[in-house]
Design a protein around this ligand. Structure first.
Ligand code: CU
Length: 79
C-alpha cells in the first residue's frame, strides 16, 4: 500500500472508563472526513489521530462530545 501524506494529532479525552468508551470515541472520531486511524489508550486517555488532511480540532472536539466525553487537553496537531 502506498503511503499518502499523513497528518497526526494527539488529544486527551477525559471520562473514558472501559472498552466501550474507547470504541465510542474511536467510532465518532473515525467518522471525521479524512481520518484514517484512531488509536485510543484507555489508561491515559490519550488519543492519537491520523488523517490524510490537516485535522480540525473543533471537529475532533465535537466528535468526542458526540461520543459523550470531553476533550481534556490538546497537544496540538503536527503535520
Ligand atoms: Cu465505558
Amino acid at each position: 500500500m502506498s503511503q499518502p501524506a499523513t497528518f497526526t494529532g494527539t488529544y486527551t479525552v477525559s471520562g473514558m472508563t472501559c472498552g466501550h468508551c474507547v470504541s465510542s470515541v474511536r467510532e465518532e472520531i473515525g467518522e471525521i472526513d479524512g481520518v484514517t486511524s484512531v488509536e485510543v489508550d484507555l489508561g491515559s486517555g490519550q488519543v492519537d489521530v491520523a488523517a490524510e488532511r490537516p485535522l480540525d480540532t473543533a471537529a475532533v472536539r465535537t466528535a468526542v462530545q458526540e461520543a459523550g466525553y470531553d476533550l481534556a487537553a490538546e497537544q496540538g496537531a503536527t503535520t
